[in-house]
Design a binder for this molecule. Structure first.
Ligand code: CA
Length: 237
């Protein structure tokens, strides 16, 4: 089987080289482009398995690249990991809501880069995000029984409201991936109450409290949203 093909879009040569080196080291095939327009064209014609996308590019910016890739049916499924600088939280939120699957903040360690790429390639495109059968999401300490609407922490049932339950399901379906508040709002609509960004925070607080120690699995990603991390942040950047 051919190794996964990764497109790196990065205009700073040193960073591009660094990323190439590290992605090749984990056995993937890498192409590098230094601008946005050619990147859109490349994704269309070569269909790489993953795009690592810098947001600040000399021609069109990374968000526009993301928008074009996600807008076109033929390229929509291509996973995009944004490569961002500190302080670009609002762009990260926009990118995630446009369909980028994850992001990584510069400077990053090779280990974090490799983990993020593997996480995306492992979990992307398998259609059903649930890893186990029988309608159970098993995250070690936390088990979610979807059909019974039941959550067990360390084997003991935890009583959640429908909204809390849906938020937990949405986050723990894809561990390691950040969800923005707006993404959570648009997915969780089991109750008639109107959700706002502020009420999401309130629900998360209640959810954590009810889950006790296991509530640490739900991490706040400052300025961006929330992430379920079943290894308590081992791979967090
Ligand atoms: Ca740049």
């Amino acid at each position: 089987m051919a190794p996964p093909h990764v497109l790196v879009v990065e205009d700073e040569p040193e960073i591009a080289d660094l990323i190439r080196l590290n992605v090749e080291k984990i056995g993937f095939q890498v192409d590098v482009l230094h601008a946005g327009e050619p990147a859109v064209e490349f994704v269309r014609s070569k269909q790489p398995d993953l795009v690592l996308l810098d947001l600040m590019l000399p021609d069109i910016d990374g968000l526009e690249v993301c928008r074009r890739i996600k807008w076109e049916p033929a390229t929509r499924e291509t996973p995009i990991i944004m490569v961002t600088a500190r302080g670009e939280e609002s762009d990260i939120v926009t990118g995630l809501e446009m369909g980028a699957v994850d992001y990584i903040t510069k400077p990053f360690s090779p280990r974090v880069l490799a983990a993020r790429i593997r996480n995306v390639l492992r979990r992307h495109g398998d259609g059903d995000p649930l890893e186990s059968s029988d309608n159970i999401i098993d995250r070690g300490l936390i088990q979610v029984h979807l059909d019974r609407h039941e959550v067990l922490v360390d084997g003991l049932p935890v009583e959640l409201t429908l909204t809390e339950f849906q938020i937990l399901v949405y986050l723990c379906e894809r561990p390691g991936f950040v969800r923005t508040r707006d993404q959570i709002i648009s997915t969780v609509h089991g109750e008639l109450a109107i959700l706002s960004k502020r009420t999401i925070d309130v629900h998360i607080t209640a959810l954590r409290r009810k889950m006790g120690d296991a509530g640490r699995c739900i991490e706040t990603v400052r300025g961006v949203g929330y992430r379920f991390e079943d290894r308590f942040g081992v791979e967090a950047s």
